[in-house]
Design a protein around this ligand. Structure first.
Ligand SMILES: [Zn+2]
Length: 223
C-alpha cells in the first residue's frame, strides 16, 4: 500500500506556545504530549493534521528526554482532552530535526497502542516542525497445501504486521520573527562590544551620550 500524503499545519495558539517553549528551554531537550486534529486515514490519498496543543512533561538533558506513559501527569493531560488524538513531541534544540535511532525505537514501542496512527513530532530552535504519522496494519497470507492426489487441501494462515508512515515538515517562524531574531542578535553583539570596551578603558565606560532627568529647557524660571 502506498502511504498517504501528510499535510501538516498548526493553529496560531500552537505556534505561540511552541515559540515560547523553544525560547525558554533552548539548550536542552524537552518533551511532552502533542494534541492534534486529523482528517483522513492511510486509506485516503492524504491525511491532514493540525497541531493545536502541547502539554510539557519533561525537561531532559542536552541529548535526551523521556517521559512515562503511566505517569499521573500524562493520564491527566490526556483525560482533559478526551476525544483528541495525541502523540509525542520533543525538541532537538539547536540541532536538526530528524528521527534518531532512539526516536525510531520509541515509535516502534508505541505504534501498537495507536490503531489510528502514532504521531511523533520533532522540533528545533529554528522553528522546524517535523511530523511523522505511523500505523501498523495486520496482513494475512493464506497458503494452500494440497494432498498428493489433489483432492483436498489444507489452509495455512500466516499473519504479520506492515508499517505505513507519512512525514511532513513546516516552519513556525514567519519573516517577522526572523527579523526580530536578527535584531536581537545585533543588539547582543553591540552589548558584547560595549563590555569589551569597558574592560579596555575602565574610565571611559561612563555614558556621556545621554542622561536622564528633566531637560533644562523646561525647568521653571529658566526663561
Ligand atoms: Zn530525538
Amino acid at each position: 500500500m502506498d502511504a498517504a500524503k501528510l499535510i501538516l499545519s498548526a493553529t496560531p495558539e500552537f505556534d505561540k506556545a511552541l515559540a515560547h517553549l523553544l525560547s525558554v528551554i533552548s539548550q536542552i531537550e524537552w518533551g511532552g504530549i502533542i494534541f492534534y486534529t486529523k482528517k483522513g486515514t492511510f486509506l485516503d490519498e492524504a491525511i491532514e493534521i493540525e497541531l493545536n496543543h502541547i502539554e510539557l512533561l519533561d525537561i531532559g538533558s542536552v541529548v535526551d528526554t523521556e517521559h512515562d506513559y503511566d505517569s499521573p501527569e500524562f493520564i491527566e493531560a490526556v483525560m482533559k482532552r478526551e476525544n483528541q488524538p495525541y502523540g509525542l513531541i520533543h525538541s532537538h534544540h539547536s540541532g536538526g530535526v530528524y528521527y534518531s535511532s532512539t526516536d525510531e525505537e520509541e515509535i516502534e514501542n508505541n505504534i501498537g497502542f495507536y490503531p489510528q496512527g502514532y504521531l511523533s513530532v520533532v522540533v528545533n530552535n529554528k522553528g522546524h516542525v517535523l511530523a511523522k504519522l505511523s500505523a501498523e496494519h495486520e496482513v494475512t497470507h493464506m497458503t494452500y497445501i494440497w494432498n498428493e492426489d489433489k483432492t483436498a487441501y489444507r489452509e495455512i494462515k500466516e499473519t504479520g504486521t506492515h508499517t505505513v508512515e507519512a512525514t511532513a515538515m513546516l516552519r513556525i517562524f514567519d519573516k517577522g520573527n526572523r527579523l526580530l531574531r536578527n535584531r536581537i542578535k545585533l543588539l547582543h553583539q553591540a552589548n558584547a562590544k560595549e563590555k569589551e570596551l569597558a574592560k579596555k578603558y575602565p574610565s571611559g565606560s561612563q555614558h556621556n551620550g545621554h542622561r536622564s532627568g528633566v531637560p533644562e529647557s523646561v525647568i521653571p524660571g529658566q526663561y
